[in-house]
Design a protein around this ligand. Structure first.
Ligand SMILES: Nc1ncnc2c1ncn2[C@@H]1O[C@H](COP(=O)(O)OP(=O)(O)O)[C@@H](O)[C@H]1O
Ligand SMILES: [Mg+2]
Length: 257
């Protein structure tokens, strides 16, 4: 169940890239324990919106709040400070490092012997092993294997496992299943649901309304930088939402029979 108080609150957000109006007066709330599908055609502004939340873009106008506290400075550390992990299709892992090393990328544990710091490989391997098994890697894959050996779905598992281990509160998945097989796609989708069930906020970006409607608690639709729909998946079917996308917004308010 979602909390009453939003974890992330976006109010009247505007963003210009030069003269181009990329986000237009966007207001949306996101709650812990919610899986929100953020849907819209290519160029709708989905990635731009989440880049503001991660501190990559500074909005031209409007406000963002985390836990009710207004964000004053947008900088890339914002995502780390707020416990946000972003999962995209192909970035975020180093192919030529082991799975265990990738797991701790940028947060490597250190042990000291006679005061001299060494990377704590035993800890990295042990912890990575536990979490990665829980997130469904093949049994014949070792944490010492290079990430190169993994399938697309398994790479996503490493990133998702990392998000859980490091106690992130928000996982943003930006088109996470592009180029994955059907089976791998299902696996990634199951992980998204698991994260939500553990109480995280999951924002799942896709242009495929039918895929995400099955998973999400709520669907937010964007078009031309505007939010044109924000509805619980209980209240609207995927077909109805697709019609909203086709029409570029709700034309006539539906009357309940
Ligand atoms: N850094 C940028 N500079 C200029 N224009 C950008 C930049 N990033 C995105 N855009 C433009 O903003 C619009 C929205 O892009 P984006 O948020 O990536 O869309 P989506 O993720 O919904 O496909 C597009 O027209 C895109 O070309
Ligand atoms: Mg995008």
């Amino acid at each position: 169940m979602a909390d009453a108080k939003p974890l992330i609150q976006v109010k009247n957000l505007d963003l210009y890239f030069g003269a181009f109006h990329a986000l237009r007066n966007v207001s949306v709330d996101f709650h812990a324990g919610e899986l929100v599908g953020l849907v819209g055609d290519n160029g709708a502004g989905k990635t731009t919106l989440i880049r503001v939340l991660c501190g990559i873009h500074t909005p031209t106008g409007g406000e963002v709040y985390f836990d009710g506290e207004r964000v004053r400075a947008f900088h890339p550390k914002l995502a780390i400070d707020q416990g946000i992990e972003t999962i995209q299709q192909s970035v975020g892992l180093c192919d030529n490092l082991s799975i265990a090393r990738n797991f701790y990328l940028g947060r490597e544990p250190v042990k000291r012997i006679l005061g001299i710091p060494f990377l704590d490989f035993a800890k990295m391997r042990g912890e990575a092993k536990k979490v990665i098994r829980a997130f469904g890697l093949r049994d014949n894959v070792s944490v010492d294997d290079e990430v190169e050996r993994l399938s697309g779905g398994e790479r996503q598992s490493v990133k998702i496992g990392r998000a859980v281990e490091f106690k992130n509160r928000v996982v943003i998945m930006d088109e996470p299943t592009n180029h994955l097989s059907v089976r791998e796609r299902e696996h990634v989708n199951e992980l998204a649901v698991q994260l939500r069930d553990q109480g995280l906020l999951v924002i799942y970006i896709t242009h495929d309304i039918f895929q995400v409607h099955k998973l999400a608690d709520r669907i937010v639709i964007m078009e031309n930088g505007e939010k044109i729909e924000d509805a619980s998946t209980d209240s609207m079917t995927a077909d109805e939402l697709e019609e909203v996308i086709r029409q570029g917004g709700r034309q006539v308010e539906k009357m309940e029979a």
